[in-house]
Ligand binder design. Structure first.
Ligand code: 5AD
Length: 436
C-alpha cells in the first residue's frame, strides 16, 4: 500500500542554519512542501532565539495557525529550532494547540515523533536532548535545479561570547566528517546546484581527523560540477594564513567574507569575550585584502553591549569608516537567558542604544551605496538564480562578491547559467546590469 506523503508548511526565522534545518525537516518527514498553511498536514515554525524580539516573533507566529485546527482536526502544529530548545516543556504547557517541540539537534527524530502523534492525537511530544549521534544524518530537501544550496559542516559553538545564546541552544561544536560533507555536496550538485554555501557557527574553525578548514576548501575546490563556493560565518581568530592562501588559489571560492567584528573597542571586545583585539582584526583584514584586493567584506555589530560608552561607540564608527564594509548587520544588544552577559550589571539605556544604532546605520548606508557605485561600468560574471523580485521581466543573480544584480530583459532559460553583465546602476543593496 502506498502511504500518502505529508504536506508540510514551514515558517522559518533566523539564520542560514535555520533555513538549512527547515530543508532537513522537510526531508526528515519525507514531506511535500506547500505554500499555503491551510493545505498542510503538518505546520512547523522553525524559530530563532538570538535576540528577544526574534524569540517573541516565533511564539506569536504560532498563533496564526491555531484556527486551522478547527477545519482540520488532524492538523499537527509543531515548533522547532532554538526557541523550541530554549523553552521546551514550558511551551507545551503554555500553548494548548502545540503538538510537538523539537530542538535543532533532534531533527532526525522528527519522522518518528510525527508518526507517533498521528497514531494518538491527544499526546504531546518534546524532544530537546543534545544527543549528538545522528545530528548530521538527514540531508536537506533540494528543489530540482535550484541554483544554490547550503551544506552544514558544523553544529554548535565552542566560543563563549558573553552575549550569545547559541552554545546554550545548539550545544558544543561538532564537526562533520569530510566524507559526509563531500557526499552531501555531490548530492546537491547532482540535483542541479551550481553554488554551495558551507555553513557553521564558526565555520572556519572546522577540523576533523587532522584536516583543517583550509584543507576542506582545497577538497571542495576539486568538486566537479560545482561552480561557486561560499562559506559563513567565519570567526576572526580562526582566519589563518593558510585559509587566506586556499581562498586566493581557488577561483571557485567567491571573493566574499562575512567576518563579524561586533565592536570597534578593545574594552567592549574584552567584556564580550571575543578573544581578539581590534588591531588583530584590522591586521587580518589587511592580509585578506593584500591577497584578494577585490574581496567583499561584511560584518555584524552589536550596539550598546553592557558597558559600552560613547567613546567605545566612536571607535566602532571609526572602524566602519576605515574598513568600509560592503554590508554591516547591526543590532541593539538584547540580554539573553543563561549567558554571561545576563549576569553583568551595567547596561546602556535603550534610548542611547537606539541613537547609536541609528547613527551607525546611517553612516553604513552611505558607505554601502558609495561602494556599490564603484561597480558601475564594470563587467562581472553573474550566476543567474531566478526571476527578479522587483520586476518579473528581469532575472537576478549574484556576482562573486555576493552583490545582487538585476539583469534587464533576460530570457528565463538563463536561470542557472553564468552570464557576463555590465553594471549600469547602483543602489545601496543591489545593482542593475545588462548582458553583454
Ligand atoms: N543581542 C544582539 N545581537 C546579538 N547577536 C548575537 N547575540 C546577540 C544579542 N544577545 C548578533 C551578533 C551575531 C549575529 C548573528 O547576531 O552580531 O554575529
Amino acid at each position: 500500500m502506498r502511504v500518502k506523503k505529508l504536506s508540510v508548511f514551514i515558517e522559518t526565522y533566523g539564520c542560514q542554519m535555520n533555513e538549512y534545518d527547515s530543508d532537513r525537516i522537510l526531508n526528515s518527514l519525507s514531506g511535500i512542501p506547500v505554500n499555503n498553511p491551510s493545505d498542510a498536514d503538518v505546520i512547523i515554525v522553525n524559530t530563532c532565539a538570538i535576540r528577544e524580539k526574534a524569540d517573541h516573533k516565533a511564539t506569536s507566529a504560532l498563533g496564526r495557525y491555531k484556527n486551522l485546527k478547527k477545519s482540520n482536526p488532524n492538523l499537527l502544529i509543531g515548533m522547532t529550532g532554538c526557541v523550541a530548545q530554549l523553552y521546551g516543556k514550558k511551551l507545551i504547557k503554555q500553548i494548548p494547540y502545540l503538538d510537538f517541540v523539537v530542538g535543532p539537534r533532534s531533527i532526525p527524530k522528527l519522522m518518528n515523533i510525527v508518526k507517533d502523534l498521528k497514531d494518538s492525537l491527544d499526546v504531546k511530544k518534546i524532544e530537546t536532548s543534545m544527543d549528538v549521534q545522528e545530528v548530521f544524518e538527514i540531508h536537506p530537501y533540494h528543489k530540482k535545479d535550484k541554483v544554490n544550496g547550503f551544506v552544514s559542516i558544523q553544529q554548535g559553538c565552542n566560543k563563549e561570547c558573553a552575549y550569545c545564546i547559541v552554545p546554550t541552544v545548539r550545544g558544543k561544536e561538532i564537526n562533520r566528517s569530510l566524507e559526509d560533507i563531500l557526499e552531501e555536496s555531490k548530492l546537491l550538485i547532482n540535483q542541479g546546484a551550481k553554488e554551495l554555501t558551507y555553513i557553521g557557527q564558526t565555520v572556519n574553525s572546522w577540523k576533523h581527523n587532522g584536516e583543517r578548514f583550509h584543507n576542506l576548501l582545497d577538497y571542495l575546490g576539486k568538486l566537479g560540477g560545482l561552480e561557486r563556493i561560499r562559506f559563513t560565518t567565519s570567526f576572526p581568530r580562526d582566519v589563518t594564513s593558510k585559509m587566506i592562501d586556499s581562498m586566493k588559489n581557488n577561483p571557485k571560492i567567491c571573493r566574499q567574507l562575512h567576518l563579524p567584528v561586533q565592536s570597534g573597542s578593545n574594552k567592549v571586545l574584552k567584556s564580550m569575550n571575543r578573544t581578539y583585539t581590534i588591531d588583530w582584526y584590522r591586521e587580518s583584514i589587511r592580509k585578506l585584502r593584500e591577497a584578494m584586493p577585490d574581496l567583499s567584506l561584511s560584518t555584524d555589530i552589536i550596539i550598546g553591549f553592557s558597558n559600552e560608552t560613547d567613546e567605545d561607540f566612536q571607535e566602532t564608527m571609526k572602524l566602519i569608516e576605515d574598513i568600509r564594509f560592503d554590508t554591516v548587520y547591526s543590532f541593539k544588544y538584547s540580554i539573553r537567558p543563561g549567558t554571561l552577559g545576563e549576569k553583568m550589571d551595567v547596561h546602556v539605556s535603550d534610548e542611547i542604544a537606539s541613537d547609536r544604532l541609528y547613527k551607525l546605520q546611517k553612516k553604513q548606508k552611505e558607505i554601502s551605496l558609495e561602494n556599490n557605485i564603484q561597480h558601475i561600468s564594470k563587467a562581472y560574471e553573474v550566476l543567474v538564480e531566478g526571476v527578479s523580485k522587483n520586476n518579473s521581466d528581469d532575472l537576478f543573480g549574484r556576482t562573486t562578491h555576493n552583490k545582487v544584480v538585476n539583469i534587464r530583459n533576460l530570457d528565463r532559460s538563463f536561470v542557472g547559467k553564468m552570464v557576463n553583465v555590465k553594471i549600469k546602476e547602483a543602489f545601496q543593496n543591489s545593482l542593475i546590469g545588462e548582458i553583454y
